[in-house]
Design a protein around this ligand. Sequence first.
Ligand SMILES: O=C(O)CCC(=O)C(=O)O
Ligand SMILES: [Fe+2]
Length: 329
Amino acid sequence: MSGMPFRYLHFVNARIDPLLFVSIGVAGFLLHQRERLATSRRAVPLNGDERLRRPLLLPIHTLIMRKAERWWQGVKAPTRAEALYTIMLQGPASYCYIPNFITSADETRLLNKVYQAPQSKWVTLSNRRLQNWGATTPKEGSTTAIAHPLPDWLNTTAISIRNTAIECMNDTNNTTKGIPRVFAETTPNNCLINEYLPGQGIMPHLDGPAFKSAVSTVTLGSHCVLDFYHKDKGAGRDVDPDFSLLLQPRSLVIIHDDLYNNYLHGIKEVVQDAVQKSSILNWADAGMDTDELTSTGETAILLRETRVSLTFRVAAKLSKLNLFGKRRE
Ligand SMILES: O=C(O)CCC(=O)C(=O)O
Ligand SMILES: [Fe+2]
């Protein structure tokens, strides 16, 4: 009877000094806080209706606790739940996803044009190939682009994007989300074409300063999961994205304002994407095939094929110089 507890107490009294007690207490508190935060992240429902039921004013002690938790963890970026909440509130101003923006015939025609381009047009990078058309920047990081017209086969799509942006802005029923003002004002004058084989992707990044803060992308050939990471949090191989958009073949996505300026975007280098309803912002519009879905209807495995993306942008500033360095009339 006297054995274990007594010996244990004796051990504690004799060997453990108060500093160690305090350290154990602090470590316990830290672990508890970490678990609490992880649980609250997992528990936050990601669909809009649940979010709308959240109280607008949180009790002061909850706010203080949240601040303390963030400070405690040294995390400046918003949590996943907060990021999604923000994006849902600002969502209507941040992206516009339009399934089947082009027909299958247009998709084939555009793909043929891409592959008919002279070999010299392709720039081969380690993880993808690209072509650059229209107004182009002389070097990386330039803020001024040199004016050059888009070829007709791309200009047709650029004009449809502008018309769509105008429709979006006039859409009083708000069936198309977002107000892609940049494209309503100006027809895109640059198109970057990226080709990704299965297993290829693009590291998370922000687009450079040469273009206005909106980007519109037509997806050809295969789907893509475009991941977003808040810029304060950063991104790396072991960092989970805050959320993603599922871009289906023939769709158009316009990303602008908050989503464009404050989130890095990237595509993972994988041969298949495991997608979940809870992390895909446009799940409802993504037109998932029922045979791709698991029995719950909330996850799917999508096998990648070759994807070609046409990314249209508006150059922020056009140089008065032509390609040969001479001033235009
Ligand atoms: O292929 C895409 O959809 C994204 C391309 C992209 O982000 C870029 O070229 O900057
Ligand atoms: Fe980009």
